[in-house]
Design a protein around this ligand. Structure first.
Ligand SMILES: [Zn+2]
Length: 486
């Protein structure tokens, strides 16, 4: 029986010398197989370039096929050519051996037939140690270099290109212009979403596309824009050591705590001025605060689209609410509802008056309100001022004691006394004004509900206590549900 061989070759476009070319490797193996009286099943190959991420589809297919009994020998140049490192190579080879596939390398004359499981375990543990050492060395080297302000990444940041191995300069092409555009648009008041949309419409190259990564990242996202806006590399600073490799073999990276970041200022030419960058940072901060709750608008959380049931969002530039679904996904998804805030307030006010008249004893309510106003002003405002007046009068007495005791001279005494008197006058007039206001309110009769509403105003508390839900349909028909009605 003639044994069938699979051959695995890997070449790098970075080293296109004759010796490492695919054709050369293939003809070498063909001759080798003929000489040994074997039969070639198939050549599996991977071609890698320096830029693209190593995908190794050839190796993947070889491993898949090794399950199918299509060949009984695998031939390749060296273990290091076959796998990313010795450890990974040995792990594969051990698996092949379990499937009764012999693994032979030419350059380092490795033959899996000569090794048993014990030897493999030994070799694997040695390789593991070696790889940890390498990883440690690389980590340390990178750290040292980062502290000197050298750029460690294999790919330059978007908008930059590399000088030599580890220095950055603005690329001076469209990517540099796009970085500028992003910052400009942002400080001009455009949001992340709007900027991403604009760049997508223009089909500007994304960071992933620029790196030549295939089938991913062909769209700009809000996160892409945010990453650019917050990266100090664009003002000429280098911030590195943000992540570290946790598992060197699997290439798993984890985030470092902020204290471990290495930041070196002015290592290269910036694309953005410090002023613009700072401006962008403060806008980012501001928007974050707004998002966390300061910007909740009047009817948010109680206003719903009568067509699709989504909650409605406030559009600041239009002073109106729009169905959230329509706003996000477009007309295809909701027939749409849209209502001006002022108009909604009017409708609600009118409806509220009508409903409250049906529900409430007007005379009794009026009396209660009067009592309430009286109590509120007397207790809160007036008492507070009276307390402050007493405090100052005490101070005045103490000042006199100090003066009599000879601790301050007359000049200082007069000065301090003047200040106390003016404070007292201020409080007294405040007290008088408050009393007048209180009397005014008491005189006002709450004989109409319009006046009552004017007094209450439409603040969030009123709305949230009385109105449970408001629905608006695409004909602007408004339906109001109150907490007090069934
Ligand atoms: Zn809707």
């Amino acid at each position: 029986m003639i044994l069938r061989c699979a051959v695995y070759v890997r070449v790098s476009t970075d080293m296109d010398s004759q010796k490492s070319s695919i054709a050369h490797q293939k003809s070498f193996f063909e001759k080798y197989i003929r000489d040994k009286g074997l039969e070639l099943y198939k050549v599996y190959q991977d071609i890698e370039s320096g830029i693209s991420i190593e995908r190794r589809s050839g190796l993947k297919r070889l491993i898949e096929d090794s399950d199918k009994g299509l060949f009984s020998i695998i031939l390749t140049k060296s273990i290091s050519r076959f796998a990313r490192n010795t450890l990974e190579g040995l792990q594969y080879i051990r698996e092949f051996k379990k499937k009764n596939i012999r693994f032979i390398t030419i350059e380092d004359s490795f033959d899996s037939e000569e090794y048993d499981e014990f030897m493999f375990t030994l070799l694997l543990s040695m390789a593991q140690k070696e790889s940890e050492k390498i990883s440690e060395r690389i980590r340390f080297g990178k750290y040292e270099r980062a502290q000197k302000g050298y750029y460690n990444g294999s790919n330059p940041p978007y908008g930059y290109s590399k000088i030599g191995k580890d220095r950055l300069k603005p690329a001076g092409d469209i990517t540099t212009e796009i970085v500028n555009l992003i910052f400009q648009m942002y400080i001009d008041g455009n949001g992340l979403y709007k900027i991403a949309n604009h760049l997508n419409t223009k089909e500007y190259p994304t960071p992933s596309q620029t790196l030549g990564k295939s089938n991913s990242g062909d769209l700009w996202h809000q996160s892409t824009i945010r990453n650019i806006l917050t990266n100090e590399v664009y003002i000429g600073n280098m911030v590195q050591n943000k992540t570290k490799t946790k598992d060197f073999l699997k290439g798993i990276r984890v985030e470092n705590p902020k204290e471990e970041y290495i930041k070196i200022k002015a290592t290269h030419e910036g694309i953005i001025s410090d002023f613009v960058f700072e401006e962008a940072q403060s806008i980012l901060k501001e928007r974050k605060v707004n998002k966390s709750g300061n910007n909740i608008h009047f009817f948010t959380n109680i206003l719903y689209c009568g067509e699709c049931g989504s909650s409605m969002h406030y559009k600041k530039n239009k002073g109106a609410y729009i169905c959230g679904r329509l706003n996000k996904m477009g007309k295809k998804y909701c027939k749409g509802s849209y209502i001006n805030e002022e108009k909604l307030k009017d409708v609600l006010r009118e409806d509220f008056i009508k409903r409250i008249k049906e529900e409430v004893d007007l005379a009794r309510l009026n009396t209660k309100i009067k009592e309430g106003i009286d109590k509120r002003y007397k207790n809160k405002g007036q008492k507070e001022i009276e307390g402050q007046i007493k405090d100052i009068q005490r101070k005045e007495k103490r000042l006199l004691d100090i003066f009599i005791g000879g601790f301050i001279d007359e000049k200082e005494y007069t000065m301090k006394k003047k200040s106390i008197i003016s404070q007292l006058e201020l409080l007294q007039s405040k007290k008088n004004r408050l009393k007048l206001k209180n009397d005014d309110y008491k005189e006002q009769t709450m004989d109409s509900f319009d006046k009552l509403l004017e007094f209450l105003g439409f603040d969030d508390t009123v709305i949230s206590k009385l109105v449970a839900k408001i629905q608006v349909n695409n004909k602007k028909h408004i339906k109001i549900y109150y907490n007090f009605s069934h």
